[in-house]
Design a protein around this ligand. Sequence first.
Ligand code: AMP
Length: 390
Amino acid sequence: MNVLVVNAGSSSLKYQLLDTDTREVFAKGNCERIGSEMGIFGHSENGGTKQTEEVPFPDHRSAIARVLEELEKTDFTIDGIGHRIVQGGWHFDDSAVVDDEVMAKILEVAPLAPLHNYGEAAAIEYCREKYPELPNVAVFDTSFHMTMPEVAYTYALPKDVCDKYHVRKYGAHGTSHRYVSARCAELMGKPIEELKLISCHMGNGSSICAIDGGKCVDTSMGFTPLVGLPMGTRCGDLDAGVIQFIMNKYGISIDEMLNILNKKSGVLGVSGVSSDFRDLDAAAAEGNDRAQLALDMFHYWVAKVVGSYVAAMNGVDAIIFTAGVGENSKSSRAAIAEYFGYLGVKIDPVANSKRGEDIMISTPDSKVKVFVIPTNEELVIARDTKAICG
Ligand code: AMP
């Protein structure tokens, strides 16, 4: 089945047209700077060079319209469209074929992820109008986390307030955690039902997930993707008292404060250098102490959260690294694994220096196994689309 996977971000829209059986990618590309005066459209076919052009994208509708227009120029067929939806809220514990009722629920929970769900809903709406005969499937980043027990997802706030407004931990990156944990079980040659896994999705946004028997039992992101680890530009866990203190000191509004917490904090804020780990590695190598501190803090936090999930699951069989930093930074993986001595983890430096493949980077005698597994959220979305309506 040929599925068009649409991944609409807050100001971007990525897409891939792929065959779910052969995994062949026929076309892919992205629309950047949606909502700005001028945007960029990039498109490539059959693994060829990406062609880019400047196109204004006032909104997500105009972006998906441009994508479909480009695909119509080709001979590729589309049998279904799979959409990544960041927030499924309390409504979705699985992927769903989009009908009017599902659309209404996606919009109902949109205030929980306003920067994402509205744009994603606009893209779905356009696809439904343009190709009413094609199925659209919504795949939610949060649905994998809906198996968390109440003890893990409940905030220690007045319960009636939380219940009334659905305030709880929802998590994020669920599609990625689901993919790499299933793949890890395959690589280990064991049924996932028998495994305790901890998946570390470390990219520009980062989250860790505890997966017991194939089900998420805890994750580090929360009601929003702001918490947990320090990230590229997001602060991660923070004492709420700091928010009021800084707002009062600088006389700024809550929106301005949230802008700082989302866009000017994390490893960027600590280092003052960059949100990109490649820049931090380079700066730290040249003796920049703040860049080194940002890296050290990130590694420490990953190790600390992993440790808490070992406790929560009463053990772990394997730890997985994925996403931009997890897949590419051998120095970050090695620094984090240094903390895992108590688990009997031993890293094979040769395996740890490989890139771009599914690989076990722990030694054969390592008590707990460690894997690097490149994530593939598009494939999960495409496969779900096929499973539901193929
Ligand atoms: P993602 O959000 O998964 O696309 O990850 C993007 C991030 O991965 C970038 O901002 C970088 O910090 C990081 N990254 C990508 N390549 C490397 C690399 N070779 N070494 C260290 N970090 C990398």
